[in-house]
Design a protein around this ligand. Structure first.
Ligand code: SF4
Length: 405
């Protein structure tokens, strides 16, 4: 796995080991995702975890919301191990996490990390007791914990306290400020309590998720200055399709550019029956296009215009993009090192030869015509001109040969 030479200065954070993966410290930004299967359905959950891991999710979170789900967790872990899939599993706990973790030791043991939400731990005296049980279990099994605060489930007692303090201050701030302050306070106070109970700082990850881009940026900038815990970054409830992708990218790329964020999750609402692994691909593409990490060869393609009157150019670009995405990932040992390669698929001679020469391998199509003729450039030199109807296959062979050599 490589991290290329992009030199943004990362905020210093305490590294947290989660199975074989490190979050924070000097580790590259980690990509993670979450299943949307019923955890009790072991076969479906195993299949989705494996698919997410194969796509590149370095941690996979699963819901643990009932006794049946807690019982399923060790079986899911064992089945994944049998398949050779060792991706660390993170258990997502709300409301009854203290009972499930304390009551199902095999579940507590087989998870690599617990995610708890301070707003959903309980209220009053019970809250402290239940929170302590969660943290003591983490200490007992030496598991890291993400203290994940969410805009939609803030601890109401703490929010009331912050509102009260703000109202009494000489210069009261607006409601949005109070909400952001409540999120940050909830995360930091919960982390301090966890440390008091005995959880080490190198076992704690924090997150403060909101669904608004500007709010997320403000919250994380502030959180980053107030602590050195490793930070999990994500825009919660980002939404569907292009809206979810654009909103997540807008928020995360600004923070990542400032060196904030040690692990990311892109929370996309899948289309009905849609592909869950899309959020992993979007996360990888954010990191790779920003130059923070590299996963697969990057494919540059022009947008096409009135000069590309056939669909041949789009088909070739799509064909090559899917080929490198599906085949040439850093997860496949034989392709180790290809992730920094660049490919160019260009529609015509206006920018085609120039862009192709900048790539490791580039092809410049003729724009239109029944019998395409396409010069191919390898490391800046024109090497061959492809003709006829087999250009896509022949171009792929050139890419394969380049990789092998
Ligand atoms: Fe249009 Fe050619 Fe530019 Fe592609 S390279 S956008 S086909 S002018």
């Amino acid at each position: 796995m490589s991290q290329n030479s992009f030199s943004t200065r990362r905020r210093e954070s305490v590294g947290v080991q989660v199975g074989s993966i490190t979050i924070g410290g000097s580790a590259p930004v980690v990509i993670q995702s979450m299943t949307n299967t019923d955890t009790v359905n072991e076969a479906a959950t195993v299949a989705q975890v494996e698919e997410l891991a194969r796509t590149g999710s370095e941690l996979v979170r699963i819901t643990v919301n009932s006794a049946e789900a807690a019982k399923a967790v060790p079986n899911i872990r064992a089945k994944l191990n049998d398949m050779g899939c060792y991706v660390p599993l993170v258990g997502d706990f709300h409301f009854n996490g203290h009972k499930l973790l304390a009551g199902y030791p095999d579940c507590a043991e087989s998870l690599s990390k617990y995610r708890i939400n301070p707003g959903n731990v309980g209220y009053g005296k019970k809250r402290d007791e239940q929170f302590a049980t969660l943290i003591e279990t983490a200490c007992k099994y030496d598991k890291p914990v993400r203290i994940g605060v969410n805009w939609g489930s803030l601890d109401p007692e703490m929010l009331a306290r912050i509102m009260d303090e703000n109202a009494k201050s000489k210069k009261p701030e607006d409601a949005a400020y109070v909400m952001r302050e409540a999120l940050i306070t909830s995360a930091l106070e919960s982390a301090a309590k966890a440390e008091e109970i005995g959880l080490k700082r190198n076992r704690i990850v924090l997150s403060c998720k909101v669904s608004g881009v500007q709010d997320l940026i403000m919250v994380y900038r502030e959180l980053a200055t107030r602590c050195n815990y490793a930070l999990h970054l994500g825009l919660t409830e980002a939404g569907m399709g292009s809206k979810g992708i654009v909103a997540s990218t807008a928020a995360l790329s600004i923070l990542l550019q400032e060196g904030i964020g040690d692990t990311i999750r892109i929370s996309l609402t899948p289309e009905p029956g849609g592909d869950r692994s899309r959020e992993v691909i979007v996360g990888q593409e954010i990191l790779q296009t920003m130059g923070l990490r590299a996963f697969v060869p990057l494919v540059a393609a022009c947008p096409g215009c009135g000069r590309t009157t056939s669909t041949y150019f789009q088909e070739l670009a799509e064909n090559i993009q899917s080929y490198v995405r599906n085949e040439m990932t850093v997860w496949r040992d034989q392709y180790d090192g290809v992730e920094n390669m660049t490919l160019a698929v260009m529609g015509c001679v206006v920018n085609g030869p120039g862009e192709s020469k900048h790539a490791n391998i580039g092809i410049s199509l003729p724009g239109s015509g029944e019998n395409p003729v396409a010069p191919v450039y390898v490391d800046g030199q024109k090497t061959v001109t492809l003709k006829g109807n087999n250009i896509a296959d022949e171009f792929r062979q050139i890419v394969d040969q380049y990789v092998q050599e």
